[in-house]
Design a protein around this ligand. Structure first.
Ligand code: PRX
Length: 660
């Protein structure tokens, strides 16, 4: 496994604990007993959790693992996911409860009740049906954080079509490869999006992506920015249709059909260790059961009382599970915010917490560190006393950030839940239970009741206390991925080949037990970087770089970064014949950074590009990223004995040109 950084060593000497308050514990949704109950009979435990949903037909078997690693949960059960997230709350007399307090970046707002959400989802479902979308078809969605994004996802779920949401910041080529891989029939997008106070184009990006994409029959366009967008909206007659023309004209009634528990719900692409993103496939009954269960216990959510806010974008799994499916299945009232946290000022989040009396706030360490940088005087200006629980997700949270978060946002009273999970796990797997766990800054601590995780060595043996190794999930769980879209072998190879003998799921994360047996996550052990909580593969960025005409070869590493967790550092060898002053200069490096943004998206822009004469390679030709990481992190260079040519590192250190 990769070498531990000093920050992580630091993290592991952390010894403070924060017990829950008696007041919180007295009303908590879960108790210590849940662990024992789940362990005594996991299947009975999950059955009880499945009962929080409405099933048209009950299952006949809880888990079928006979065709491992392909699981079937709640076999024979039938349900409609959208009905569970919307209709049943209206039928149970909660139609007037606000489901979404939506806040637009320019300051416009919309409160949407469950009854309204129901009408909108029915209309959108009818709209998709009118375009010929049927169960099992794929619909790609690239939208900003506007209500139509949630409505579109639920409309797909309602008719059994799979959505594939593509983050709004992804480039046209990233969108195109996802549209092609899933063979999407319809794309839903918007004219543009507000970003830091400006209307930016979105439809233009989609049009560029769809040039020649022959599976796409229709593009539905939401009007979000209208006349604010310079240059207007490109339009293809016969293919493009405005959301307001199509959806508003539909009936607001639609009878939901119950689908099999294993009916596919969505595909979400995530970076793996190769250049090609993987389409992670999730299905219906097990997924909804576990996202609803975890949202209930980890956030201690009380329907009708709490105001919940998860700051993620729906383009990521956190948005899918903890903005759309979990909270809505649990009848949450939630805030959805469209914009960036410093528009128009750095107190925007705290102003929203104050205005809507938010009680549960869930965000990412990178943002917490940014808030720290902006200064604690900013949250201090707002009334945050409504908050009662705060959470973190996406990367290890360093104890300093944890303690700052607890003090300056949580008022020294709110429990913090540090939740570990992945696109693949679908739902939170490891987290403190608020009201139960004595929290430790920097540790996600323990698998949730019903979930089983272990830290093992190379051979699959569990490591002792204070020992480090790899995180595995040793039992199937309801929200687990059901495969990689169109690539069964890749599913087996990526997650199950490492510990084939034991049948463990390999998460790709390093981890450690402390003296109490609590789990500490130590970051990825593969070639996946974590930048601001976003997964980006080194190979993906390398491919983007070498697709530029001036680049002969490229190697990319994730270097520790105080704000973003990791920053992307690229080492490039230029093509012969490219003159130094032509390609080695500031301008050329900027051009390469922009090129990566264009190929993948702005989140993948290297923080730093270094032009080097050679790359360190082993005799078999494998690039030794470990050594490049030493250079990128300004450390003494480690062991070079396995290099084919050990003088290369001297050349790099001496000859590299560094630009930020
Ligand atoms: O390395 C782990 C890190 O994020 C990876 C999963 O990324 P993604 O699929 O994009 O999902 C992010 C949101 C669930 C993991 O393999 N990670 C996520 N949460 C934590 C974390 N690392 C440490 N602590 C966490 N709480």
């Amino acid at each position: 496994m990769t070498k531990q950084s000093p920050a992580l060593d630091n993290l592991l000497t952390e010894s403070r604990t924060f017990p829950p308050s008696e007041e919180f514990a007295a009303k908590a949704n879960a108790t210590e007993q849940w662990y024992a109950d789940a362990e005594a009979d996991p299947e009975a435990f999950w059955e009880r959790q499945a009962e929080r949903l409405h099933w048209q037909t009950k299952w006949s078997q809880v888990l079928d693992w006979s065709n491992a690693p392909f699981a079937k949960w709640f076999v024979g059960g039938k349900l409609n996911v959208a009905y569970n997230c919307v209709d049943r709350h209206v039928e149970n007399g909660h139609g007037d409860q606000v489901a979404i307090h939506w806040v637009g970046e320019p300051g416009d707002t919309r409160d949407i009740t469950y009854a309204e959400l129901h009408r909108e989802v029915c209309k959108a479902a009818n709209a998709l049906l009118s375009l010929g979308v049927t169960a099992n078809d794929r619909v790609a969605i690239q939208l900003p954080m506007i209500p139509e994004a949630i409505v579109s996802m639920l409309a797909c779920a309602r008719i059994g079509a799979l959505h594939s949401v593509v983050f709004g910041g992804f480039s046209s080529s990233a969108l195109r490869s996802r549209v092609d891989d899933a063979e999407a029939k319809v794309v839903i997008t918007s004219d543009g999006q507000y970003r830091r106070g400006k209307a930016m184009p979105m439809k233009a990006n989609v049009d560029e992506a769809l040039d020649g994409a022959d599976t796409v029959e229709k593009v539905i366009v939401v009007r979000r920015v209208g006349d604010d967008l310079e240059g207007g909206v490109p339009w293809t007659e016969g293919r493009d249709v405005w959301w307001h023309d199509l959806v508003d004209a539909q009936s607001d009634e639609h009878e939901p059909e119950a689908f099999d528990s294993e009916h596919p719900l969505f595909i979400l692409y995530t970076s793996g260790t190769t250049g090609k993103p993987k389409g992670i496939l999730h299905t219906s009954g097990g997924y909804l059961t576990q996202v609803a269960y975890s949202h209930h216990v980890v956030f201690d959510h009380k329907p009708g009382e709490d105001v919940y806010w998860c700051t993620a974008d729906i383009g990521w799994i956190t948005g899918h599970s903890y903005i759309v499916y979990g909270p809505l299945a649990n009848r949450a009232t939630q805030v959805v915010y469209e914009g960036t946290p410093n528009t128009p000022h750095e107190g925007r989040h705290w102003e929203i917490v104050q205005n809507y009396k938010v009680t549960i706030y869930y965000t990412a360490p990178t943002l917490i560190r940014t808030f720290m940088k902006w200064g604690s005087d900013i949250p201090a200006k707002y009334d945050l006393s409504s908050l009662r629980l705060i959470g973190s997700v996406g990367e290890p949270i360093n104890p300093e950030a944890w303690v700052w978060y607890r003090k300056h946002i949580g008022g020294d009273r709110c429990p913090i839940v540090d939740t570990w999970w992945q696109t693949e796990t679908g739902a939170i797997m490891i987290s403190p239970l608020p009201g139960v766990t004595h929290a430790k800054p920097g540790s996600a601590q323990r698998a949730l009741p019903g979930v089983s995780a272990k830290v093992v060595d190379n051979d699959g043996n569990e490591v002792p206390r204070n020992g480090g190794g790899y995180l595995v999930l040793d039992k199937p769980w309801p929200a687990m991925l059901r495969g990689v879209w169109g690539d069964e072998q890749r599913y087996r190879d990526t997650y199950w080949a490492q510990y084939a003998e034991q049948g463990y799921y390999f998460a790709g994360d390093g981890a450690k037990y402390d003296a109490d047996g609590d789990i500490w996550l130590l970051g990825r052990v593969d070639d996946v970087m974590n930048v601001s909580g976003h997964r980006i593969s080194t190979t993906e960025v390398e491919s983007a770089l070498v697709s530029h005409p001036t680049v002969a070869e490229a190697a990319v590493v994730g270097a520790t970064d105080p704000t973003t967790g990791q920053g992307i550092v690229a080492f490039v060898i230029l093509r012969g014949g490219v003159a130094e002053d032509e390609a080695g200069g500031e301008k050329a490096i900027q051009e390469l950074r922009d090129h990566v943004a264009k190929e993948i998206g702005p989140i993948a822009k290297p923080r730093q590009i270094m032009v080097v004469p050679e790359l360190p390679k082993t005799r078999s030709g494998k690039i030794m990223r470990r050594l490049l990481r030493d250079v990128a992190e300004n450390r003494e260079i480690g062991d070079v004995t396995t290099l084919a040519d050990s003088s290369v590192m001297d050349l790099i250190s001496k000859g590299m040109k560094s630009r930020s």
